[in-house]
Design a protein around this ligand. Structure first.
Ligand SMILES: [Zn+2]
Length: 55
């Protein structure tokens, strides 16, 4: 099953066994994407969480 990167429009292939909530990386633009649906296959840009360890 394939879907489209919402950022750059590249075709993404979701491997068998992909689950909702899984994070994948677009091979074209490198954006981290979250799988939000499998029927139809849909991804959205994952929230960019900056790790702040409060140095
Ligand atoms: Zn992309």
């Amino acid at each position: 099953m394939t879907t489209e990167c919402p950022v750059c429009g590249a075709q993404l292939e979701l491997i068998e066994g992909t689950v909702v909530g899984e994070l994948i990386e677009c091979p074209e633009c490198g954006t981290e994407l979250e799988v939000i649906s499998l029927d139809p296959p849909t991804v959205k840009e994952a929230p960019q969480e900056e790790e702040d360890w409060g140095e």
